[in-house]
Design a protein around this ligand. Structure first.
Ligand code: PRP
Length: 182
């Protein structure tokens, strides 16, 4: 049913699964015996967080934050707002932030600075998608699943007006879907 709204699949389900295994293997080695706190930034990171964490074969803990920078539609407002904070203290902890996408970089710059200010021992960033052309502040992820062109992407957590997060792949929608909504 959702398939008829899709123009092009950019990253398949198998590619996401393989990449998650690859990053999972790296994190397993890097964080062995460190018990890192893995932080999912809701809502978009949920599918990737689930896919990635099951590929990490050492002790981790999980926590969740909600920050918001897009308010519906297809462009960023520029304002980052904390909606739900962590339950866990980050002081002295090794933190791995897990995101679905870095675009302008504002969200991750804000989060990284916040966690370092709270005296985290280290803060690394894993993102499923990087859109380097969208960057307006200086921040890079430590691990990137897929570097993609500056198009409006949906699927595997990425939404258009809260829809399409449940698609099992990353894709571009047909133009008429955006026209109907705007
Ligand atoms: C998206 C995404 C990142 C942020 C990236 O979140 O999950 O957190 O935007 O954009 P930036 O690099 O331009 O800051 P959004 O605020 O849309 O919330 P969501 O995860 O609930 O979709």
């Amino acid at each position: 049913m959702l398939e008829k709204t899709i123009k092009q699949v950019l990253v398949t389900e198998d590619e996401i699964s393989e990449k998650s295994r690859e990053i999972g293997r790296i994190l397993t080695e890097e964080y062995n015996d460190k018990n890192p706190l893995m932080v999912a930034i809701l809502k978009g990171s949920v599918p990737f967080f689930a896919e990635l964490t099951k590929r990490i074969d050492t002790h981790i803990e999980m926590d969740f934050m909600v920050v918001s920078s897009y308010h519906g539609g297809t462009s960023s407002s520029g304002e980052v707002k904390m909606v739900k904070d962590l339950d866990t203290s980050v002081e002295g902890r090794d933190i791995i932030i897990v995101e679905d996408i870095i675009d302008t970089g504002r969200t991750l710059l804000y989060l990284k600075q916040l966690l370092l200010h709270r005296k985290a021992n280290s803060v690394k960033i894993v993102t499923l998608v990087d859109k380097p052309e969208g960057r307006v502040v200086e921040i890079e992820a430590d691990y990137v699943g897929f570097s993609l062109p500056n198009e409006f992407l949906v699927g595997f957590g990425l939404d258009y007006d809260e829809h399409f997060r449940n698609l099992p792949y990353i894709c571009i929608l047909k133009e008429e879907i955006y026209q109907d909504k705007d």
